[in-house]
Design a protein around this ligand. Structure first.
Ligand code: DAH
Length: 341
């Protein structure tokens, strides 16, 4: 029996020293100390011992139990510490690992061109206005001298919301002239960029939605010379000093006289090339002196005040600025295209 106890003790100590996990630990506890364990099995044999041997063996058995219990507790502490260490190592965050850089977007080329325009006009004391894309027919047409029946009001040219032509997607930013006249104190110097809509099929130069920028000045004694001077200044800043412009007579219902302004072709310098279709000039904008009747309809006395206005397409401006040859590229938003700017 003595040998049995010694063997159990020796074996238990060795096994507990090499224990690696809590499951194994529990297994060993049951094996040595459990009700059906090895130590209990030995104690059950006590009955066969003599009265003299019994206390001695009892004492020895208790010592073995105490030793195993102590070792068991020791092993448990160790197993738990190891588990905690493993967990901490697994969950550790290395704060020195470089972060994953977020992909930064950038400005659309057309808005780059627009911002340049705005800077130029703000520098000359203009206010930048924003207005609705869903506009009253009254402001988009009537108050701009395009009475019912005017060809620009044709249903095939614009988008209406109702049969009475009262509400529509604005076909130009020019109604912002009327909105400015109705709300701003005189004198007025404003530009108004924004989206406009026309019933056009998409191709290399057309889109049912595009952008314009409107400009208007109303003051005392304003003449066509101011219009030419201002627009020439803008063109010099946009396309470089020495860039030539020319003004051609044209017709718009809300200006009198009206004109279109061309810029000398940046590619050929005026000699004629495919970019300017052999003309040497590229059309940039429509402009003119505000029609006296338009001023009158806004309650502004044309005998006292006069003004000029202009309007042009921002896509075309951006296309020329960044040498883009197809309008569709501006709207498709293909990142491979956009990333080039
Ligand atoms: N709104 C005109 C268009 O869409 C452009 C225009 C012409 C605007 C003359 C003006 C202007 O302000 O005076 O074709």
């Amino acid at each position: 029996m003595r040998e049995q106890l010694a063997k159990i003790r020796e074996e238990a100590m060795a096994k507990l020293s090499a224990v690696s996990g809590s499951a194994e630990l529990e297994e060993l506890r049951v094996r040595y100390l459990g009700k059906k364990g090895e130590l209990t099995a030995v104690l059950k044999q006590m009955g066969s011992l003599s009265a003299a041997e019994r206390p001695e063996m009892g004492k020895l058995a208790n010592e073995v139990r105490a030793a195993i219990e102590e070792k068991l507790a020791e092993a448990r502490t160790e197993v738990e510490a190891k588990a905690l260490e493993r967990k901490l190592r697994a969950e550790a965050v290395d704060v020195t690992v470089p972060g994953r850089a977020p992909r930064l977007g950038h400005r659309h080329p057309m808005y780059v061109a627009l911002d340049e325009m705005k800077d130029i006009f703000i520098g000359m004391g203009f206010t930048v206005l924003d207005g609705p894309e869903i506009e009253l027919g009254e402001l988009n047409f009537d108050r701009l001298n395009a009475e019912p029946g005017h060809p620009s009001r044709d249903w095939s040219d614009t988008f209406y919301f109702d049969r009475d032509e009262r509400v529509m997607l604005r076909s130009q930013t020019s109604p912002m002239q009327v909105r400015a006249m109705d709300t701003m104190p005189l004198p007025i110097r404003m530009v108004a960029p924004g989206r406009v809509y026309r019933k056009d099929e998409v191709d290399a130069t057309h889109s049912p939605m595009f952008h314009q920028i409107e400009g208007m000045v109303i003051d005392k004694g304003v003449t066509m010379a101011d219009l030419k001077g201002t627009l020439n200044t803008v063109v010099q800043q946009l396309y470089g000093e020495g860039t030539k412009t020319r003004f051609r007579p044209h017709h718009f219902p809300f200006t009198e006289p009206s004109c279109e302004m061309d810029v000398q072709c940046h590619k050929c310098g005026g000699a004629g090339c495919p970019t300017c279709k052999g003309e040497g000039w590229i059309e940039l904008l429509g402009a003119g002196m505000i029609h006296p009747h338009v001023l009158e309809m806004a309650g502004i006395d044309p005998e006292v005040w006069s003004g000029w206005a202009f309007g042009f397409g921002l896509e075309r401006l951006a296309m020329r600025r960044f040498r883009i040859d197809d309008l569709r590229l501006i709207f498709e938003n293909d990142v491979r295209f956009l990333e080039q700017f």
